[in-house]
Design a protein around this ligand. Structure first.
Ligand code: HEM
Length: 332
């Protein structure tokens, strides 16, 4: 092999890269009036700029810099990020139909096999059969997201058990002689508040949406097929809408009389046309499991509670509460 041959190869590669860049530039131009955002790098777009484990933190930063609608590029693909209560309401509810498509997106949900995973797959599939009337393939990305949220429901239970503050409230309202029922919820505001507070951590971004048609919003045009990330965490930790937004503080759901207080900024399950289908089921299950368990057991951490890390672990779109081992002491 001589020098001329390898030089020819190099020239081929340079030409191919050059053509690719030109093609990418013209492709990006086609998207015309997309909202502003950080300048995309050739080929990779903005991929190298964020923490892959917790991308929502990067999106929050961008929304502070560029405003409530921002465009980022995942290589060649533009993604529009919507943040803030007003913008989410205007798009997810006001332009609900236009923003209601579902995008395909590779999800990273767990990797190793475990029998427990198989079991929860089966449980989740039963839920899907009830909700949708059909079962999913285990590898289906939408099913994997669902599985993650369903698992989160059970992990919420797990992670709540260290806190026995509410046993008193449950004893007083339900007592020991009957099981709790859903009608008790109104009389157990603190318990309800804790469950709400815990579910605020799970989905910083919804499952990706996709534009159903070219849509004008805020002076920009978002083309049909564009992927959209509604950034729920921008509302869930908005200091203008919550007391102690970054702390685990159930009191943010209670008024001065200790009654449960609704807040429109509780968007943990999404908003508009694509709002979580399992919301009512999740809330009912969490309430009934949780109150029944605390009615009968006191749960104690195996180590000092102050050493427990209560921050959820990051995984793709969701955040999963950690698992803890604990003692369950029957309450007599
Ligand atoms: C506290 C627990 C849960 C949370 C925080 C949660 C949150 C969410 C979120 C943020 C979305 C996306 C909304 C959007 O794209 O705009 C979603 C969608 C969905 N969730 Fe949940 N979820 C929970 C429990 C469940 C459960 C138990 C089920 C199953 C029974 C379920 C079924 C669904 C389904 C089917 C969708 C897709 C709806 C659609 O595409 O139209 N979720 N959920």
């Amino acid at each position: 092999m001589d020098i001329t041959l390898s030089l020819t190869n190099v020239l081929y590669v340079v030409r191919a890269v050059f053509l690719l860049l030109l093609l990418q530039k013209s492709q990006r131009k086609q998207f015309g009036q997309l909202p502003p955002g950080p300048a995309p790098k050739p080929l990779l777009g903005n991929l190298l700029q964020f923490d892959v484990k917790e991308p929502y933190k990067y999106y929050l930063k961008l929304s502070k810099k560029y405003g409530s609608v921002v465009t980022i590029w995942l290589a060649n693909t533009p993604v529009v990020i919507i943040s803030g209560y007003e913008a989410l309401k205007e798009t997810m509810i006001g332009l609900g139909e236009e923003f209601s498509g579902r995008a395909d997106y590779p999800l990273v949900v767990g990797s190793a096999f475990s029998p427990a995973d198989m079991l929860s797959n089966a449980v989740a599939n039963v839920i899907c059969s009830i909700v949708f009337g059909h079962r999913f393939e285990f590898e289906d990305p939408q099913f994997k997201f669902l599985l993650q949220t369903v698992n989160s429901v059970f992990s919420i239970l797990n992670s709540l058990l260290g806190q026995s503050v509410f046993s008193g409230e449950i004893d007083e309202v339900v007592g020991k002689d009957r099981w709790p029922s859903i009608e008790d919820r109104q009389k157990l505001p603190y318990t309800d508040a804790v469950i709400h507070q815990r579910s605020m951590d799970l989905a910083p971004i919804t499952v990706p949406h996709k534009m159903m048609c070219d849509t004008e919003y805020n002076g920009y045009v978002i083309p049909k097929g564009t992927m959209v990330f509604p950034l729920l965490s921008s509302v869930l930790i908005d200091p203008k809408r919550w007391k102690n937004p970054n702390c685990f503080d159930p009191e943010k759901f209670l008024n001065e009389e200790g009654q449960f207080m609704k807040n429109d900024a509780f968007v943990a399950v999404g908003m508009g046309k694509r709002i979580c289908l399992g919301e009512a089921l999740a809330r009912t299950e969490l309430f009934l499991f949780f109150t029944s368990l605390l009615q009968h057991f006191t749960f104690k951490a195996m180590g000092p509670p102050e050493e427990l890390d209560t921050n959820p672990t990051a995984s793709s779109f969701g955040r999963t509460p950690r698992r803890y081992e604990c003692y369950d002491i029957p309450r007599i």
